[in-house]
Design a protein. Structure first.
Length: 138
């Protein structure tokens, strides 16, 4: 019991240190962070949350350029539009209301046809749709 009391303050200190902007590769919110279309590429787009809304920024010429319009959290109906036969395998998603962008987080064990085995994400980008990978934000 005494050991537990001694460990508790240290644990709380470590948790507090981890709660800041540490630029870790993954957030507790699976829809926030940096993503790339290949594990060999640096981050190509980033999802941030500000004031309760999600925004996407794209890496262009060494700078992040944020899209002005907030993304929408997709409803089950929205998800079914993109994944007609596999909507139940998608946990959560963000989409651009005007189209042309979507980030989809899959449920554990999802077996979507185009899903990469080493990623829990799919994306819809202007260049097409396919797997994306969560990477460290630089």
């Amino acid at each position: 019991m005494r050991a537990l009391r001694l460990l508790l303050p240290g644990t709380l200190l470590l948790l507090g240190a981890c709660s800041g902007d540490t630029q870790l590769p993954f957030s507790s919110d699976p829809l926030q962070g940096c993503f790339t279309t290949s594990t060999r590429k640096p981050a190509e787009f980033r999802i941030d949350k500000e004031g309760g809304q999600y925004f996407v920024s794209f890496e262009r010429d060494g700078h992040w350029q944020r899209e002005p319009n907030a993304l929408t959290q997709a409803s089950r109906t929205d998800i079914a539009r993109y994944f007609r036969d596999d909507a139940e395998q998608i946990d959560s998603a963000l989409i651009r209301s005007a189209g042309g962008f979507g980030l989809f987080h899959t449920k554990r064990g999802a077996s979507l046809k185009a899903k990469a085995g080493d990623s829990d994400y799919m994306a819809l980008l202007l260049i097409g749709a396919g797997p994306v990978y969560a990477v460290k934000c630089d």
